[in-house]
Design a protein around this ligand. Structure first.
Ligand code: NAG
Ligand code: NAG
Ligand code: NAG
Ligand code: NAG
Ligand code: NAG
Length: 565
């Protein structure tokens, strides 16, 4: 089609501008020729018993966890999602950067939900990324019902990976579970109450206790090494995982290859993913993978069985101990975070190599400190960032902005970048949208004055997680930042009474969700959007509204504005 068009072009200097545009289209088109993976997904309710009690869950193609997206950097992914639920539905692709393409990010601020009985086709490219990510629903409280699956992005052939090819790889979702079901939980939140505490922890939708005769979840061949990709898609609970008698070598966290260290147990906070290698180097028998909740009043523990092929000797009932809890546990977990160092010599896919290697030397153009709070407004529970508890307007923010109707639906920059000390006192409910400048290098501080752990995620980017420390942040604390080899990732945990700092270049135009990954907090307002617009409104910086985008709210029947050029 495009070559036909090119033949028809009059190669005349007067048409030079036109040809430049054409070449741009051709380049975009050429990049789009990376391999495609097509998926057709049927989203339905089903019943499974992650904790032994039947609950309504969301299945994708009758599976929980849902289908694996197994791909390679720069592959194109096309997912036709059929919503067979009784409620509008959206999936987001946690950690997939959607470069120039927030149109398909799947958050309520970027897309109209897929109505029941209809389908929508997501099209995106996993551009310049490797690593472990996952998809999950962002509508209603669907996240409490599953609808999750792993996205594993391999390095391109010939790009060296800093460890030998594992014999196999296993996706493991570990997180908390509520038996009440997502509708009852949503009713609690809509009524101004908390969802309370989970009833337990599951491993890939199952839970077992020591001594019960469980079918093995994985089989090891003696002497071989396996990659486990762990993700925590839970509602609110950090977990710790550990293998009986086997150390783990941590090799990848949310798209970064690390300096490889051995660990006996790992903390995994809500929304995080990491890959560990485990070698089958122990006497052949069964072993447990143990997962327990962290920083909770009641500690929940669950196990899954690994069997060495050809044996049938039960696992020992003696479990490896969990790390400490309370203050000592926080210190333990912060130390573990600090032991994560980016392997600067390992090749990887990076969107912005110039920006990423020397992030410590770039001048900060904006510092935003975000303080979370828990409040009651008119007797109803809400959560806020810098005094604003976010609410989604009727139209996805990205759409009203693109149609030039933003001022009808929301105001930009209603929170201060540096909140005053009493910011938690006066909280209001409104759409919370930052107007950010394209290509600025920003520092975001998350300061947690509450006594519960927080977990934050930013769509559209990886950031450098340069510090987590106890107490309050001040500019002098910058001297404690890791400005050499911090991990580039999309999630950071903020412990009770602590702060965390991240740095990034805002080089991906779009409307991006910055949110608590703890879903009661997200649902009740602890989130905001960062609007990054390229002043040129150029196709080089952002794709135009895709033809297939569904419209809703105040833009429903409006003609689509001219696209970017
Ligand atoms: C996943 O993709 C990688 C890279 O394309 C390939 O080597 C591997 O065999 C795939 N795994 C599965 C289970 O399809
Ligand atoms: C819905 O699915 C049909 C059949 O696969 C497909 O032709 C159509 O393009 C899909 N619609 C959308 C909006 O993706
Ligand atoms: C870092 O990556 C290099 C290059 O792939 C690899 O040779 C080296 O072993 C890695 N270092 C560590 C400590 O993991
Ligand atoms: C960063 O700021 C310092 C002090 O204002 C200035 O001297 C330096 O040139 C700046 N560096 C860059 C790379 O802009
Ligand atoms: C956003 O900020 C830029 C300056 O960085 C300014 O030019 C623009 O008018 C602002 N947009 C809105 C809607 O406030």
């Amino acid at each position: 089609m495009y070559s036909g068009c090119l033949r028809d072009c009059n190669m005349d200097t007067r048409n030079f501008g036109f040809i430049v545009v054409l070449i741009c289209i051709l380049i975009t088109q050429a990049k789009a020729e990376d391999p495609y993976h097509f998926f057709e997904w049927k989203v339905t309710y089903g019943t499974i018993s992650p904790l032994g009690v039947p609950t309504q869950v969301i299945l994708i193609n009758d599976k929980f966890p849902g289908p694996v997206i197994n791909c390679t950097s720069n592959n194109n992914i096309v997912v036709n999602v059929f919503n067979n639920l009784d409620e509008p539905f959206l999936l987001t692709w946690n950690g997939v950067q959607q470069r120039k393409n927030s149109w398909v990010d799947g958050t309520p601020g970027t897309m109209c939900p897929i109505q029941p009985g209809t389908n929508f086709t997501y099209k995106f490219q996993v551009k310049d990324q490797i690593g472990s990510y996952y998809y999950f629903p962002t509508t209603a409280l669907h996240k409490a019902a599953g609808g999750v699956g792993i996205i594993q992005v391999h390095s391109r052939p010939l790009i060296p990976v800093p460890f030998d090819n594992p014999a196999d790889e296993f996706a493991v979702f570990v997180g908390d579970w509520f038996n009440k079901g997502h509708k009852a939980l949503k009713n609690l939140l809509d009524g101004g109450n908390s969802i309370g505490h989970p009833e337990g922890i599951h491993i890939n939708g199952k839970s077992a206790q020591v001594g019960t005769q469980a079918e093995p979840s994985w089989t090891f061949e003696a002497g071989k090494t396996y990659r486990f990709r762990f993700c925590n898609p839970g509602m609110r609970t950090s977990v710790n995982f550990r293998f009986q008698d086997h150390d783990m070598k941590l090799v990848e966290v949310e798209g970064s290859h690390l300096m490889q260290n051995e660990y006996m147990s790992m903390d995994l906070h809500v929304g995080q993913c990491m890959s560990v290698l485990v070698t089958a180097d122990q006497p052949p028998k069964d072993y447990y993978l143990v997962v327990s909740s962290r920083f909770t009043k009641q500690v929940h523990t669950t196990v899954a069985t690994i069997r060495y092929a050809g044996t049938n000797i039960p696992a020992s009932p003696e479990l490896p101990p969990p790390p400490p809890e309370k203050t000592a546990g926080i210190a333990w977990s912060i130390n573990q975070f600090r032991s994560f160092r980016w392997n600067l010599t390992a090749s990887a896919a990076r969107p912005n190599p110039q920006g990423s290697y020397h992030y410590g030397q770039i001048n900060i153009t904006r510092t935003i400190k975000l303080v979370n709070s828990r409040n009651y407004i008119d007797g109803k529970l809400r959560f806020a960032l810098n005094g604003v508890s976010h609410i989604d307007p009727k139209t996805p923010l990205k759409l009203s902005e693109y149609f030039g109707l933003a001022e009808k639906e929301f105001k930009y920059d209603i929170i201060p970048d540096m909140p005053p000390a009493d910011i938690e006192k006066n909280v209001k409910i409104a759409p919370n949208v930052l107007n950010a400048t394209y290509r600025n290098f920003v520092e975001i501080i998350f300061e947690n004055h509450e006594n519960t752990i927080q977990s934050y995620h930013l769509d559209g980017y990886s950031f450098f997680a340069v510090a987590i420390e106890p107490g309050r942040w001040s500019p002098e604390k910058r001297k404690n930042y890791n400005l050499e080899d911090a991990l580039s990732r999309h999630n950071v945990a903020v412990f009770p009474g602590c702060w965390a700092a991240v740095m990034l270049t805002l080089d991906n135009a779009g409307m991006w969700s910055l949110r608590s990954e703890m879903w009661e907090r997200f649902y009740l307002g602890q989130q905001l959007y960062v609007s990054v617009l390229s002043p040129e409104r150029s196709l080089r910086d952002e794709y135009s509204l895709p033809e297939t985008t569904q419209l809703c709210g105040i833009v429903t029947n409006l003609p689509k504005p001219p696209g970017y050029v």
